[in-house]
Design a protein around this ligand. Structure first.
Ligand SMILES: Cc1cc2nc3c(=O)[nH]c(=O)nc-3n(C[C@H](O)[C@H](O)[C@H](O)COP(=O)(O)OP(=O)(O)OC[C@H]3O[C@@H](n4cnc5c(N)ncnc54)[C@H](O)[C@@H]3O)c2cc1C
Length: 237
C-alpha cells in the first residue's frame, strides 16, 4: 500500500517524526511496526527497505515514523527520507510484531500488570504508541520507564511527562550517558511488582542483547521479557 507524507515534526535536533496518510485505513496494535520500501537513486549497500515502529497510537488515525539522522554517514535511505517534500509517497506492507501490551481484563479500578519499559535512545518509539493508547482507552498506566539517551534531548519527553501527571502510577527515570541503566535500577523497579510483571526492552540491537542477558542473569524467565531490536545503530542513539 502507498502512504503519503503529510507532515514532518522535528522532535530534537537529529530526530524527526514523519506523519503519513493512507488511502485505505491501516490497522495496527500499539507497539507494532511496518515494513517500508522507498526506491531512490544510487542506494547504498543497506538498500531501499527498512522496518520502522509505528510511533503513533491507533486512535491518532495516521501513521507516524520517528527516526534519527546520523551526524556522520547517514544511509542513502535516511538522506532521501529527511530531504523528502510533503506529498512524497512510500510503500508499506502490513503491520506486524508482538512488542505489544496485554490489556487488563477489567477497566474498573484494575491497576493491570506492572510493566517495566527499558528504552535506549530512539527505542522509545513503541512506548509512545503503547502509553498514549492506554491513556486513550482510560486504562491505568502501571509502568516504570527507564529511559537512557546519549544526551539530554529525550525524544517525546514532554508528551511522556504529561502522561505522568495524569497517571500517578507511571514513573519515568532518565539516564544520560555516561550514566547507564544498571542491574540495580531494574531490580528497584522489579522489587515493587507482582510475579505477573513484564519487562520490555527496546533500542539498538547491542543494547537490547545486553539487557536480555542481564535480565536472564537476574532470574527473569523468558516469558516475562519482551525485546524489540533496532539493527543499524551501533550504540544508544
Ligand atoms: C522491528 C523494528 C523496528 C524499528 N523501529 C525503528 C524506529 O522506530 N526508529 C528508528 O530510527 N529505527 C527503527 N528501526 C531500525 C531501522 O530499521 C534502521 O535499521 C535504523 O534506523 C538505522 O537506519 P539506517 O540503516 O538507515 O542507518 P543510519 O541511521 O543512517 O546510520 C546508523 C549508524 O550507522 C553508521 N554508519 C552508516 N554508514 C556507515 C558506514 N559506511 N561505516 C560505518 N558506520 C556507518 C551511522 O554513522 C550511524 O551511526 C527498527 C528496526 C526494526 C527491526
Amino acid at each position: 500500500m502507498k502512504i503519503e507524507l503529510v507532515e514532518k515534526k522535528r522532535e530534537t535536533q537529529s530526530v524527526t517524526s514523519f506523519i503519513f496518510k493512507s488511502p485505505t485505513p491501516v490497522k495496527w496494535v500499539a507497539g507494532q511496526f511496518l515494513f517500508y520500501t522507498f526506491p531512490h537513486n544510487n542506494p547504498d549497500q543497506r538498500g531501499v527497505t527498512r522496518y520502522f515502529t509505528v510511533s503513533s497510537a491507533p486512535f491518532e488515525e495516521h501513521i507516524m515514523l520517528t527516526t534519527k539522522l546520523a551526524d556522520k554517514h547517514p544511509s542513502s535511505f535516511k538522506q532521501k527520507l529527511f530531504s523528502s517534500p510533503i506529498g512524497m509517497e512510500l510503500e508499506v506492507t502490513d503491520t506486524d510484531g508482538d512488542f505489544t501490551v496485554d490489556l487488563p481484563r477489567s477497566k474498573a479500578g484494575d491497576p493491570g500488570k506492572k510493566l517495566i519499559f527499558i528504552a535506549g535512545g530512539i527505542g522509545i518509539t513503541p512506548y509512545r504508541s503503547i502509553l498514549l493508547d492506554l491513556d486513550h482507552k482510560n486504562l491505568p498506566i502501571n509502568v516504570t520507564l527507564l529511559y537512557a539517551n546519549h544526551d539530554n534531548n529525550f525524544v517525546f519527553k514532554e508528551e511522556l511527562e504529561t502522561l505522568a501527571v495524569t497517571h500517578p502510577t507511571f514513573k519515568i527515570k532518565y539516564f544520560v550517558s555516561p550514566k547507564h541503566i544498571e542491574k540495580e535500577d531494574i531490580q528497584e523497579a522489579i522489587d515493587e511488582i507482582t510475579n505477573e510483571s513484564m519487562v520490555y526492552v527496546s533500542g539498538p540491537e547491542v543494547m537490547t542483547e545486553a539487557f536480555e542477558k542481564t535480565l536472564k542473569e537476574m532470574g527473569l524467565p523468558e516469558d516475562r521479557i519482551k525485546l524489540d531490536f533496532f539493527p543499524g545503530y551501533d550504540s544508544i542513539k
